[in-house]
Design a binder for this molecule. Structure first.
Ligand SMILES: Cc1cc2nc3c(=O)[nH]c(=O)nc-3n(C[C@H](O)[C@H](O)[C@H](O)COP(=O)(O)O)c2cc1C
Length: 385
């Protein structure tokens, strides 16, 4: 079945009398989802760093590119599959790691539900260090769909090693190390609402369930002890000197997230990384850096086919996915879109968002004459601005 067939399912459902309950445009999705969240969570999920220019630029940058329609190449057979770390994946879409996913679900098990959405769609799920359920309960919920684990490198190396080995035992197929968040960015919306979920003890299940962390906090710790211990060890300022050690923690593919400069990409591969994840954290960490999409072509050129390049930040539609692929990304991740889907409509809501993005990408590639991912190259794009 082609991803685009989702539209047939929707039209037939409407003929049968059931109009879709889920929104189709991103602004509408965001509006519905934010209405379901507490004011604190709303600012945490929707907000960005500084005056949020970079967060806005991330999404707007896709409008600078146009996919050139090509005719007389129509094909009923489309192939959105990609090869990633030796595995054939049905599509290039991934679910980016989102630390408060757990509490974006009313039952507080949003991490498990995110993984269930992965199982239902075949879109791989990247579980964050900051989960509301332990990694052992979350990653297996993806079923046959691959799950990856994202590490926020703690200051305590034993704790880092424990996280990685637990994730590996829970079925993680790759390790993503996020480099841009050893310290939280300046986020005015969260500052104004005095809000940082982890400081209220949220999303710390991987810590409180960890033997190394439990040793540090002692028996029966109160919430204050847990939070202050977490504050003390959350963010190791990772440098090149740490890379060999990070590499030694696992034989899983090691993907470095937050890389936007070609020199960083080249050196990361030289020093043992297996994948580059070009991202600016959805504009949540550093403002003023422009759109992440701006840096993607340089990073792709520097990688020069030596490793896969994952891209995220600002991807909202299937057209955005297609453009990022044409600029050279191997795989493309979404953050807020599926979080909003989950917040608004539970697992079916997240599934709807992922299927809609894939359906739009598939139909766009069909209409414009680029039936496979391999057909998408920079020749397919023109810069409008
Ligand atoms: C609420 C929220 C929490 C996030 N938590 C994490 C995290 O725990 N680890 C991480 O590497 N990135 C995290 N990110 C960044 C995402 O992985 C991704 O880079 C970003 O959401 C992509 O931008 P988009 O939201 O515009 O799609 C988070 C993003 C959001 C919106």
């Amino acid at each position: 079945m082609a991803y685009g067939d989702y539209q047939i399912e929707l039209y037939l459902g409407s003929l049968g009398g059931s109009l879709p309950q889920q929104p189709f445009s991103y602004p509408e999705l965001e509006q519905h989802a934010l209405a379901t969240l507490t004011p604190e969570l709303r600012s945490y999920v929707a907000g960005g760093a500084g005056n949020e220019q970079t967060a806005r630029d991330n999404a707007a940058a896709f409008d600078d590119w146009a996919l050139v329609p090509r005719m007389l190449r129509a094909s009923e057979q489309r192939d959105l599959s990609i090869e990633l770390f030796g595995k054939r994946l049905p599509s290039p879409l991934l679910m980016a790691p989102v630390g408060v996913l757990g509490i974006c679900s009313p039952d507080q098990h949003g991490d498990v539900h995110g993984a269930e959405a992965a199982a239902a769609t075949g879109v791989p799920f990247i579980g964050s260090t900051l989960m509301s359920d332990p990694v052992e309960d979350v990653l297996p919920a993806t079923g046959d769909t691959p799950a990856w684990f994202q590490l926020y490198t703690p200051k305590n190396r034993d704790l880092a090693a424990s996280f990685v080995s637990r994730a590996e035992a829970a079925g993680a197929e790759a390790l993503v190390v996020t480099l841009d968040t050893w310290v939280p960015g300046w986020r005015p919306r969260d500052l104004a609402s005095g809000n940082f979920p982890q400081l209220r003890g949220k999303a710390l299940a991987n810590y409180t369930s960890d033997p190394v962390f439990r040793e540090l906090v002692g028996p029966d710790p109160d919430i204050g002890t847990i939070v202050m211990t977490w504050v003390g060890l959350f963010g190791h300022p990772v440098t090149w000197d740490d890379l060999a050690w990070l590499r030694s923690l696992t034989d899983l593919p090691l993907v470095l997230k937050g890389i936007c400069h070609p020199d960083d990409a080249r050196r990361a591969l030289d020093e043992g990384a297996d994948g580059i994840y070009c991202s600016n954290h959805g504009g949540r960490q550093a403002n003023g850096g422009g759109a992440a999409l701006t840096w993607l072509p340089e990073v792709v050129d520097a990688v020069a086919g030596r490793a896969p390049v994952v891209f995220d930040s600002g991807v909202r539609t299937g057209a955005d996915v297609v453009k990022a692929l044409a600029l050279g990304a191997t795989a493309v991740a979404v953050g807020r879109p599926y979080v909003y889907g989950l917040a608004h409509g539970g697992v079916p809501g997240a599934v709807h968002v992922l299927r809609s993005i894939l359906a739009e990408a598939d139909l766009l590639m069909a209409v414009d004459g680029y039936p496979t991912v391999a057909d998408l190259s920079r020749d397919a794009l023109r810069r409008l601005r």
